[in-house]
Ligand binder design. Structure first.
Ligand code: SF4
Ligand code: SF4
Length: 442
């Protein structure tokens, strides 16, 4: 759980695609109420405290220090997400003092970053150069920041993919990790939304770079590998999020009020936080066919769960995400990489049992490598056909634009689990006909 502290939605930038841009920026900042709300949220949850915005560094230095001190006293460390333009020596020193983890938002080298910033193109270029200098300063101070890139039209095409890759590898070689977040499309008016086909090619290219080097840890690629292996759920968007009670994000505004995740702004509303979590969206999506906005029958339901409700089709949280086609293709790409490397691997999606609760607590013992263990089989191998094997997955039905593959009971060539996808349920009493650890032993 993250406790996102958002004292202001104001920002010195006016990025072309900002999903918070419709919010009022003249809010009440009441430090007494804000600090009490932080203490209350932390007492309930003990999650990471993340300073966020808007642009958090628009607060005065005295206010920044006061909030850093509070978070440090509670947690022993702090987190901050910033556009990086307002960093100076004093703030960097505070970050060192309070053991800050720092996340910066950057869309790549110039001019791929030109949708970020404020003012004309020259001003934005200067701002970009300043942020890159600030990264150098952070590293010299001993803080290795993370980077979030919002993926959009400027990144598409072979030339831009090459430019971005070179830049990202340069960051990786300096120890900088990051995340690729697809531009929030339902509410976007920037004209920066790429086609799903182009976006998928982009993500597949990046997956090949990241998964090709053990030192590169960018997301969502590593999280998808873990999810396929049955190791936890990965990020919030894979975790059956309730838009009214986002389990991964309590947000606290400057007046101390508590809201659910501000990704709900895609529907034009910022919701106050509900007291209880509801799994109703997951129950809806598991039953509704794809042509009606659900996920019924999806091969990847178990690891995906319909993605972030804040990116739902038509801004309606009951639907699956409008990022579905990109993620579906990316899951398939990474699944095939894993099966190509280790044909005997058993992935989480090969077993129809709904083990969401166990994986959510990271209590699940992975069986991915059973065929490679002496304790399970007499002839362990990553590839020799000593056990039944799942053949590589091929997307045989075009799913871009015209919708995903057939919604129900789609055979997919499994030889281990002879149960078509489409039988998923949220009820933990469901047991399908998949192999157990005992039956996999020859
Ligand atoms: S609404 Fe989306 S971004 Fe927010 S916590 Fe839920 S899944 Fe994550
Ligand atoms: S890939 Fe698409 S259809 Fe499958 S679970 Fe995710 S959002 Fe639903």
């Amino acid at each position: 759980m993250g406790i996102l502290v958002k004292p202001t939605y104001g920002c010195n930038y006016q990025c072309d695609y900002c999903y918070e841009s419709g919010l009022p920026t003249q809010e009440l900042l009441d430090m007494v109420m804000l600090k009490q709300a932080i203490k209350d949220a932390y007492a309930q949850d003990r999650g990471d405290l993340v300073f966020h915005g808007g642009e958090f560094l628009l607060l005065s230095k005295a206010q920044i220090r006061e909030l850093f001190q509070l978070a440090f006293d509670l947690k022993g460390s702090i987190n901050i997400q910033t556009n990086g333009s307002l960093l100076d020596d004093e703030i960097i020193q505070m970050m060192v003092e309070y053991k800050a983890s720092v996340g910066l938002s950057l869309d790549g080298p110039w001019p791929l970053n030109a949708s970020r910033g404020c003012g004309g193109i020259d001003a934005r270029k200067t701002q970009y150069e300043q942020v890159m200098l600030n990264i150098d300063k952070l590293i010299v101070a001993g803080i290795c920041p993370g980077v979030i890139t919002v993926v959009h039209n400027r990144h598409m095409g072979a030339e831009n993919i090459g430019v971005y890759k070179t830049w990202m590898i340069g960051l990786c070689e300096r120890g900088i990790q990051g995340s690729h977040n697809l531009i929030q499309r339902p509410s976007d008016t920037s004209g920066l939304v790429p086609t799903s086909a182009d976006t998928l090619e982009w993500y597949k290219s990046m997956a090949d770079v990241i998964l090709g080097n053990a030192r590169y840890q960018w997301q969502p690629y590593r999280n998808i590998v873990d999810a396929l292996l049955g190791l936890g759920l990965g990020v919030c968007s894979f975790s059956r999020c309730d838009i009214y009670h986002a389990s991964a994000a309590i947000e606290i505004k400057g007046d101390g009020s508590v809201t659910s995740c501000s990704r709900s702004l895609s529907s034009g509303k910022l919701h106050l936080r509900a007291a209880e979590y509801s799994k109703v969206r997951a129950e809806i999506l598991a039953q509704i066919p794809r042509e009606h906005g659900g996920c019924h029958g999806c091969r990847y339901w178990k690891i995906c769960n319909g993605l972030c409700p804040g990116t739902a089709l038509d801004g309606d949280w009951r639907n699956r995400s409008e990022q579905c086609d990109v993620y579906y293709g990316l899951y398939a790409h990474i699944e095939n990489r894993l099966r190509g490397l280790m044909p005997n691997i058993k992935l989480c999606i090969d077993d129809p049992i709904d083990d969401f609760a166990e994986r959510a607590c990271n209590r699940q013992q992975t069986t991915a490598f059973d065929a490679m263990l002496f304790s399970v089989t007499e002839s362990p191998s990553s590839f020799r056909c000593t056990t039944p094997r799942v053949t590589p997955f091929v997307i045989t039905t075009p799913f871009m634009g015209a919708g995903l593959p057939a919604p129900t009971n789609t055979p997919h060539g499994d030889t281990v689990v002879n149960t078509p996808h489409g039988d998923h349920t949220d009820h933990t009493d469901y047991r399908g006909g998949g192999p157990t650890r005992a039956t996999i032993k020859p």
